[in-house]
Ligand binder design. Structure first.
Ligand code: FPP
Length: 257
């Protein structure tokens, strides 16, 4: 049976986050310059978005450009920004056809004005779509996000809109850039690296982690299906015991009168 057929549609992760890694290594292995790897990586982005939309996953967050990536050579940064704008323009029709809503997390203002304009346009055009929400993390790092949120909290307290005793896990989370999204249930990282690299640190407290040695440009729909299946075969306990989880499941299954 195909891997896709083995996926239980009732137990899909609501939010999948992906650290797309290995573009540079892929290019080097083929004797190309790094940018070729990013170009090929756009194909893997397309396959992954399609796979998530086809399955009916609600949120897909892709780590497309980190705060730390600003330290890369200028030509590589320019190429990545150009690829991003091109990919968005090329895929607009497909986003609309597939009812996909585009959003962004990160320090958007740090991006070149043209990238900001194109992104905001695409976000606006797709804003009423009700299928998959595709979240691009751009100029994003989790420590940046947490510090920004702390600043907002302090400002709210100073303005008298919030009392210090009202600061808790829920009110804090509601002020993060991910406020409207559920936490990821599955995080995929490609290229055989076992790191989180400053990505969604707050949000992945209970997330299942999936690592594959496949380099991002080689990542396919089938690889995505494999990750979902692997996730479905895990028991998620959220700090509880297996017995407690089984009890909760049993209550869920009890017919209600
Ligand atoms: C990591 O590979 C990948 C990136 C920093 C960028 C990902 C960007 C794309 C796939 C293209 C555009 C994105 C969208 C959303 C259309 P790396 O360069 O760190 O690889 P390495 O670790 O092998 O050097």
């Amino acid at each position: 049976m195909e891997i896709k057929e083995q996926i239980n549609r009732e137990k899909l992760p609501g939010h999948v986050a992906v650290i797309m890694d290995g573009n540079g290594r892929w290019a080097r292995k083929q004797g190309f310059v790094r940018v070729k790897g990013h170009e090929k990586g756009v194909g893997a982005v397309k396959a992954t978005v399609e796979a998530a939309a086809e399955l009916g996953i609600r949120y897909l967050t892709l780590f497309a450009f980190s705060t730390e990536n600003w330290n890369r050579p200028k030509y590589e940064i320019d190429a990545l920004m150009k690829l991003l704008v091109q990919a968005i323009n090329n895929e607009m029709e497909s986003l609309m056809e597939n009812n996909i809503r585009l959003t962004v997390i990160g320090d958007l203002q740090a991006l070149p004005p043209k990238s900001q304009r194109e992104l905001l346009k695409a976000i606006g055009t797709t804003s009423n779509n009700t299928g998959l929400t595709l979240v691009l993390a751009l100029s994003y790092s989790s420590r940046w996000e947490i510090v920004e949120t702390c600043r907002k909290v302090v400002e709210e307290v100073q303005k008298g809109n919030m009392k210090p005793e009202e600061i808790d896990v829920h009110s804090f989370a509601s002020m993060l850039t991910t406020t409207d999204m559920p936490d990821p249930e599955l995080l995929i990282r490609t290229s055989g690296e076992y790191r989180i690299s400053n990505f969604l640190l707050w949000q992945i407290a209970y997330t299942e982690l999936y690592f594959t040695s496949t380099l991002w440009p080689d990542f396919t729909k089938e690889e995505f299906h494999k990750a979902i299946l692997d996730y479905q075969n895990r028991e998620r306990r959220f700090g509880l015991t297996s017995e407690q989880i089984n009890q909760v499941e049993a209550t869920k299954k009890k017919p209600t009168k």
